[in-house]
Design a protein around this ligand. Structure first.
Ligand code: F0G
Length: 417
């Protein structure tokens, strides 16, 4: 059976069959899904699905199925991903210097991160291809998501994670959902290199974002942002960058929405990297080539020195007239204190978004009155260790827990102190 998409190499432009089992071109380049879209794709079509009880319509990925991956229903594995809240965040806006700011909280996905959007597409493609075993390398969230979706699909999941470098919330999910969890004595970049080799040689389906269908699912964030805004594109979409799949996905969604007439201009994309894991930032402000770094940051989710989607990301951020910024761990933690204290909460990597935003506003790159959507990528519960350490420290916004004797007067005194 023929399908309505092909795989296109982002390096040499070669075309490959849409259901061929491959993640790279013969030249080594990564692959993009290129769709032939049907003609009837209108804002009204997608808006009409908002009130529908159909599981596919309720998913913030499959609601846009013609734009994401037109699979047969029997192949789709969904647990209602997406449909996340977009918060108006006035206190965070003030801190960044913006007149207003909205935060799209991808930590409200079923396993607590945006990865579920890509995973539902990747695991559905696994089912379409008849695969029974899947694997990922991960800084934590991808492994949590892959473990859950594989269990739901009745597949075996293998996850390869850097020993001692992933947050407990994420490790506990991979274990709980039953993935075979390999903690390697190495970093994420080692894990990423090894998982590609193992999948190729053992015939296991690779579900990292080098798998182009993962990117298609994550486009759902972009489409949903547009739908949340009544299809009025914002001036900026700001998000953290690690392996660089997510900014690629959102930028691709915007380009496709523009080509279909769903929007009339492209938002600019701002990618924020941790200063200790900043190969895109260095390339952007250098000669545009990838020089891998030895990554080090408290934001373990984005502790990545050799990102697989580098070329895709650089190309699309450029086409969006975007920017790349970097932030220190101290800036990430301060931003996180503001996001958390606003009652919204997000994991450290997510808060790179807000830290970067503050820098870009201060530098005059983003205007105070521009419309900005910040993407929070993961849930506050993912990394309780960082939160508790911060609030027990002397940090400027620490909300220290107070030890109190177990009697009425002691508690009353502590209330007012
Ligand atoms: N934010 C969070 C919370 C993440 O988990 C990740 C990536 C990113 C941002 C960066 O997104 O890689 O598409 O640029 N986490 C991956 C993982 C690498 O294994 O969970 P990216």
């Amino acid at each position: 059976m023929t399908v309505s998409w092909i795989l296109r190499c982002v390096e040499c432009g070669a075309e490959h069959d849409g259901v061929e089992l491959r993640y790279r071109c013969d030249c080594g380049g990564t692959l993009d899904v290129e769709h032939t879209f049907p003609h009837h794709l209108t804002r009204e079509l997608f808006d009409a699905r908002l009130g529908s009880p159909d599981a596919l319509d309720r998913s913030g990925v499959w609601r846009f199925r013609e734009l994401v991956l037109p699979l047969d229903r029997e192949h789709i594995v969904t647990r209602g991903e997406g449909a996340t809240w977009m918060y108006d965040a006035p206190s965070v806006a003030r801190w960044t210097g913006l007149a207003s700011l909205r935060l799209k909280h991808e930590g409200e996905n079923p396993t607590g991160s945006f990865k579920d959007r890509g995973m539902t597409a990747g695991i559905s493609m696994a089912r379409r291809l008849g695969m029974t075993r899947v694997a990922v390398a991960s800084t934590g969230n991808t492994s949590a998501s892959a473990a859950s979706y594989a269990a739901i699909a009745g597949m075996r999941a293998f996850v390869i994670i850097p020993d001692g470098q992933i947050a407990y919330g994420k490790l506990s999910q991979a274990l709980a959902y039953g993935a075979r969890t390999l903690q390697i004595r190495g970093d994420f970049d080692d894990a990423m290199r090894l998982v590609q080799e193992i999948c190729d040689r053992e015939g296991i389906y690779l579900l990292n974002s080098i798998n182009p269908f993962r990117i298609e699912g994550q486009k759902g964030i972009g489409f949903e942002i547009l739908q949340d805004l009544g299809w009025e594109p914002p001036d900026w979409i700001v998000l953290p960058g690690g392996n660089l799949g997510n900014n690629t996905a959102i930028a691709k969604a915007m380009e496709e929405a523009l080509s279909l007439g769903l929007i009339d201009r492209l938002p600019r994309i701002a990618v924020i990297q941790a200063a200790g894991a900043n190969p895109l930032y260095k390339a952007w402000h250098g000669d545009g080539t990838l020089v891998p770094v030895k990554a080090d940051t408290i934001a373990t989710a984005i502790k990545i020195g050799n990102p697989v989607s580098f070329t895709k990301s650089l190309t699309r951020v450029r086409r969006s007239n975007g920017v790349v910024e970097q932030v220190t761990d101290a800036e990430i933690l301060e931003a996180k204190a503001h996001v958390d204290a606003a009652g919204i909460g997000a994991e450290p990597a997510s808060c790179a978004t807000v830290a970067g935003l503050r820098k870009l506003v201060a530098a005059g790159v983003i205007g105070a009155d521009e419309t900005v959507i910040g993407v929070l990528t993961g849930n506050v519960l993912k990394d309780p260790g960082v939160v508790v350490d911060y609030h027990r420290s002397d940090a400027p916004h620490a909300n220290r827990p107070i030890p109190v004797d177990a009697n009425y007067d002691a508690i009353k005194r502590a209330l007012v102190r």
